[in-house]
Design a protein around this ligand. Structure first.
Ligand code: AR6
Ligand code: MG
Length: 315
């Protein structure tokens, strides 16, 4: 990555990334899936203290941050057990991921269960949604990101599509932390991307960002077109490029406008918003996020503390 070594990443970018992820997740969870899922989430979307609850995206990101900090790096067995002990059905985990985590909690080694539901492992976006934390941990040494993402992902998501999606998201966060634009991001992701579906979708995103028609003409971005060409599903291939595109399309616009657009796209709204939120927050810093919404979120002290500790590693 061609990073300007004179640029000093502020702590605000770390907080922005972690809070952007959690806010995107919590504020878009109401909009995920069909009527039943939305109805159920409305019932449990607040904690007893009235705080806004987040879902598995933020939970796994907190688990990853705590394990990395505690172990001083990636300890896959420790991380697998941390993911498994935090598992609660009420956080809305994917069905395959839920089964894997329950088996790990029951004592099965992660290496034996990560391909027990699907022979090649899960291609869901569950690895990508936590991958921003890898970028924060390795911000002083981005060359480590690819291998680190592979090791963090394969515990629950061994499929190449899930791993490549997670790498794209992690590198996007890294680029955004360094305040670089979409052109630099695209060049970086192009070098990294091996699978055709990602290459195709990245090229579409690039064309749309280059054209910027919706801004010049004051037109809205067409959500139907985004869904049709980039996807809005739970598969990593149907959501990672979508999140990257949306984050950069809205990079100079308000965070809540971005979330409203993601809600309009429907589908896996919370995870697309978590990934886009992490990228947007890394670029714009915590000052850009709606403070009144942060004040209502659960576990804000924990998120803040992890962001500060992750930042401290590179200073
Ligand atoms: N073959 C067929 N279907 C698959 C495969 C595969 N190899 N991999 C995944 N699926 P999962 P996640 C389908 O369970 O990625 C939550 O809301 C299958 O239908 O690994 O951790 C999160 O917040 C499976 O149930 O979950 C995310 O938004 C589904 O993809 C989302 O769910 C999800 O894979 C995915 O979370
Ligand atoms: Mg989700």
């Amino acid at each position: 990555m061609h990073i300007d070594s004179t640029y000093h990443i502020p702590i605000s970018s770390f907080k922005g990334c972690f809070f952007g992820l959690a806010l995107g997740d919590a504020l878009c969870a109401d909009y995920e899936g069909g009527i039943l899922e939305r109805g159920l989430w409305k019932l449990i979307s607040r904690t007893r203290e009235g705080r806004r609850r987040y879902t598995d995206d933020t939970q796994m990101s907190l688990d990853l941050a705590s394990s990395l900090l505690e172990r001083g790096g990636i300890d896959q067995d420790h991380l697998a057990m941390r993911f498994a002990t935090s598992y609660r059905w009420s956080r809305g985990y994917g069905t395959g991921a839920a089964k894997i985590l329950k088996r790990i909690r029951g004592g099965a080694p992660w290496q034996e269960v990560n391909c027990s539901i699907y022979p090649q492992g899960s291609y869901g976006n569950g690895a990508a949604m936590r991958s921003p934390i890898v970028a924060l941990y390795y911000h002083h040494d981005p060359e480590q990101i690819n291998t680190a993402v592979e090791r963090v992902s394969e515990i629950t998501h061994a499929h190449p599509l899930a791993i490549e999606g997670a790498k794209l998201i992690s590198h996007s966060v890294s680029i955004a932390l360094n305040k670089l634009g979409f052109e630099e991001l695209y060049q970086e992701l192009l070098l990294l991307s091996k699978l055709e579906i990602y290459q195709k979708r990245l090229a579409i995103a690039k064309e749309w960002i280059d054209n910027k028609e919706w801004i010049d003409n004051k037109e809205e971005i067409d959500s139907k077109r985004v869904v049709k060409e980039l996807g809005n599903g739970i598969a990593a291939a149907d959501s990672c490029v979508t999140a990257i595109y949306i984050a950069y399309a809205f990079i100079d616009l308000p965070f809540m406008d971005m979330l409203k657009f993601i809600q309009k796209c429907s589908g896996d709204t919370d995870t697309i918003a978590a990934m886009a939120g992490a990228i947007w927050g890394a670029y714009n810093g915590i000052e850009g996020l709606p403070q009144e919404e942060i004040a209502q979120l659960e576990s804000t002290k924990e998120i803040e503390q992890y962001a500060v500790e992750l930042y401290g590693l590179g200073v």
